[in-house]
Ligand binder design. Structure first.
Ligand code: SF4
Ligand code: SF4
Length: 112
């Protein structure tokens, strides 16, 4: 019997596995900017982000992807940040977002 087409599909499971050790480069970012750990993924930073209107940059998603060890996509997306600071003015947890994004952008090696 064919499966019914509901017009949508379920997203793959992206639950974080907290028992898996962090990658060394992820650990280094978290040690250099410990305020990242305070992010509660409320999305306020993305709602006001200047670059987010034109690019795939959404800081809270990068934090989740960082925890998941997706360093390449984090490095790529962090490079869209314009360092305007609007996100930081609105963050309820006081995350130093600009510094975090600079550290994340450095995860991607510079192009030759
Ligand atoms: S506004 Fe702050 S706490 Fe909320 S998602 Fe952004 S960084 Fe995290
Ligand atoms: S500093 Fe970067 S992440 Fe924050 S609002 Fe500006 S462009 Fe967006």
């Amino acid at each position: 019997m064919p499966k019914p087409d509901f017009g949508f599909s379920f997203a793959p499971n992206r639950a974080l596995e907290l028992s898996v050790p962090l990658l060394p480069e992820v650990q280094a970012v978290l040690e250099a900017e410990p305020s990242i750990r305070a992010c509660m993924a409320c999305g306020q930073c993305a709602a006001v982000c200047t670059a987010g209107v034109f690019t795939p940059l959404a800081f809270y998603r990068l934090v989740l992807q960082l925890w998941a060890g997706e360093v390449e996509v984090v490095g790529q997306r962090a490079q869209h940040c314009m360092l305007c600071g609007k996100c930081q003015m609105t963050c309820p947890r006081g995350v130093n977002i600009r510094n975090a994004l600079l550290l994340m952008a450095a995860l991607l090696p510079p192009k030759p």
